[in-house]
Design a protein around this ligand. Sequence first.
Ligand SMILES: Cc1cc2nc3c(=O)[nH]c(=O)nc-3n(C[C@H](O)[C@H](O)[C@H](O)COP(=O)(O)OP(=O)(O)OC[C@H]3O[C@@H](n4cnc5c(N)ncnc54)[C@H](O)[C@@H]3O)c2cc1C
Length: 269
Amino acid sequence: MQIESGVSLKPYNTFGLPAVAQSLVRIKNDADVRRVVDHPELGLAPKFILGGGSNIILTRDMPALVLKVEVMGLRLVEERADAWIVEAGAGESWHALVEWTLAQGLPGLENMALIPGTVGAAPVQNIGAYGLELKDRFESLDAVDTVTGRSVTLGPEICDFGYRDSVFKHSLAGRTLITRVRLRLPRPWQPVLGYLDIERKMREAGVSNPSPRQVFDWVCEIRRAKLPDPAVIGNAGSFFKNPVVTPSSAATSSAATRRSCTTRCPTAR
Ligand SMILES: Cc1cc2nc3c(=O)[nH]c(=O)nc-3n(C[C@H](O)[C@H](O)[C@H](O)COP(=O)(O)OP(=O)(O)OC[C@H]3O[C@@H](n4cnc5c(N)ncnc54)[C@H](O)[C@@H]3O)c2cc1C
């Protein structure tokens, strides 16, 4: 295990903020986490788990030990009659995973194309866009407890996914380092088309039965037109969530309120 000192985090956060990590360890597998836990000093140090740095704002230098997740690997683990199960290392880029699945003929993630960040962070806030959330494709994940060094496999019932929410933001926050995520891609593929922007693209293209690649291309076009590219303008995406209202309060609200409930904020996730 290599312990790096005084590491600039500027290239590791999409805002490009100039913070420095006092110490940083690159996590390539579960055993690396256990080595940190068993280390006489690092084991007791406060820790911060870093993926692609696209959902954080570094307001100062990082006093905690940074565990930079670099677990790699993409594979098809199982072909069931009703689904393909794919597994990705937590350090893989989420978008690269979406592209890889499409290239392998394993569609189902295309609505979540171009979401920045790593695979390992995707369950933390149950990423989602254009009518699909991680939980809709989630099978299970592997993780290591950063206090005990114990490896665990967690299914959806433990992850407790909600709208941009999960157990990893609550009782397991900062404690569980996700090393691998498995996704369930249903067969036969059914496009997810109920989103206004995608419907517009279908009308413009005169297509009623799009292919997975068409949906992927549309989502990429829509996102590129709406959102600044962090490689050009530093940013951490939207700070806002869409309002959640109950059906009864939506039904009794004014016409104006109803409009705001059915029309998504252009940049909210
Ligand atoms: C331009 C832009 C557009 C975006 N659009 C969307 C969108 O459409 N939908 C959406 O849902 N989000 C969106 N986001 C937010 C961001 O892409 C997601 O939150 C993403 O999952 C963050 O991944 P990351 O690897 O960069 O995580 P980081 O920013 O590195 O970390 C985020 C949090 O997850 C924790 N974490 C990271 N990796 C792990 C791990 N392996 N195990 C345990 N905890 C971990 C960190 O400690 C931190 O608390 C957008 C961001 C940007 C910059």
